[in-house]
Design a protein around this ligand. Structure first.
Ligand SMILES: [Zn+2]
Ligand SMILES: [Zn+2]
Length: 394
């Protein structure tokens, strides 16, 4: 056999695992089959396994048996999210989802496969490193804050975690690229609901009613002044009103109107000021038009902020894998990611691995019913996390 044989076996297993998970997607906090598969594999590799961490999360710990060096003995956390999305898959691949209305449309199936392959490698190289690796196979990344659930269940203690790393396959980055950007890389996710109360009446006699729809329309427009007039143009801020609900009949002015939406930022002043400003604008515009308004503002996920030193470590390893020119150090998005909860507590880095390959048809965006990745991205992810862990524990 050639020297490449073990890698071929590893790739075959990555593909088999990913496709099995892809065919059996599970929504947030319902990842029972996935968690069972993960726990079984980790235990077989010699990991100390804890299930039910953050409801359906699985934690696997392994201590290195390598010679002790002079520095501190540390624990590194590697995270893979496991949940799928409530989307009906439109792909006709052999491994398409067998669950109606559920689909791995973000690539978390690949993250689990990669995590398990890294766990296998680190178990095999156990005699060459010291300290501990802790795998967090996390539930409910998609809006469920599964990371926070695992933290609240103690995933960062026993042993205490010193640094955390994770990755995401990225269909808007070409295969063969890796993004490792220091500082804020993904946005905070805030959610708001606004209820505007007027006075219902006949559409032909508006003077006898108070129209909440007119107020809602003015509020939608006025909220954009948060971005265009109030925020520093060099800061990042997005306000998106994504829901308008009002009225049941063409000839009736309704009693209430409801708006829903989201605010995204990279933290700092725009983040701190958003709830207050949104409330002031809403109340002011509503009252100017004779309505009252109630604002419900929820902080869902904070911005994802990569540690400078940990990002340098990742970028250095990434350059070894794909070449310096293919390492992106300024890639950012205002999309959210609950890995941010780990990075709020311990230093670390969240990296993106390019999985886009238009020539093979792998370029549908994340959360699309046609999402699929070039599986050749997975070995890069394995190599990256494996080296990060060993390098950090050295
Ligand atoms: Zn997603
Ligand atoms: Zn995702």
């Amino acid at each position: 056999m050639t020297a490449t044989a073990p890698r071929d076996t590893e790739f075959a297993e990555l593909v088999a695992t990913r496709r099995d998970l892809h065919a059996h997607p599970e929504l947030g906090f319902q990842e029972h089959r996935t968690a069972g598969l993960v726990a079984e594999r980790l235990a077989a590799l010699g990991y100390q396994v804890t299930t039910g961490v953050g409801k359906t999360g699985v934690v696997g710990v392994l201590r290195g048996t390598g010679a002790t060096g002079s520095g501190p003995v540390r624990t590194v956390l590697l995270r893979a999210d496991m949940d799928a999305l409530p989307i009906q898959e439109a792909n006709q691949v052999v491994y398409r989802s067998t669950v109606p209305g559920a689909m791995h449309a973000c690539g978390h199936d690949a993250h689990v496969a990669v995590g398990l392959a890294v766990a296998r490698r680190l178990a095999a190289s156990r005699g060459n490193w010291r300290g501990a690796v802790k795998f967090a196979f996390q539930p409910a990344e998609e809006g469920g804050n599964g990371a926070l659930a695992m933290i609240e269940d103690g995933v960062l203690e026993n042993p205490h975690v010193d640094a955390a790393f994770g990755l995401h396959v990225m269909n808007n980055l070409p295969l063969g690229t890796i993004a490792a950007t220091a500082g804020p890389i993904m946005g905070s996710v805030d959610k708001f609901t606004i209820t505007i109360r007027g006075k219902g009446g006949h559409a032909a006699m508006p003077h006898e009613a108070v129209d909440p729809i007119l107020a809602a329309a003015h509020i939608v427009a006025a909220l954009q002044s948060m971005v265009s007039r109030a925020a520093d143009p060099f800061d990042q801020l997005v306000v998106s009103v994504t829901q308008i609900k009002a009225g049941d009949a063409f000839n009736v002015i309704p009693e209430t109107a409801e708006l829903g939406g989201t605010v995204r930022s990279m933290g700092g002043r725009p983040y701190d000021e958003a709830p207050g400003r949104l409330t002031v604008i809403t109340n002011g515009v509503a009252s100017a038009l004779g309505c009252s308004a109630a604002v419900e503002y929820v902080r869902q996920t904070p911005a994802t902020i990569n540690d400078e030193a940990m990002t340098q470590l990742v970028a250095r390893i990434a350059a070894q894998l794909v070449g310096e020119g293919a390492v992106l150090t300024a890639a950012r998005t205002l999309g959210g990611e609950d890995f941010s909860f780990f990075l709020r507590r311990v230093p670390g880095c969240f990296a993106w691995v390019g999985s886009q390959n238009p020539a093979k048809g792998f370029d549908a965006p994340h959360h699309s019913p046609r999402f699929d990745i070039d599986e050749a991205a997975m070995p890069t992810g394995v190599e990256l996390l494996d080296r990060i862990a060993r390098e950090y524990l050295r």
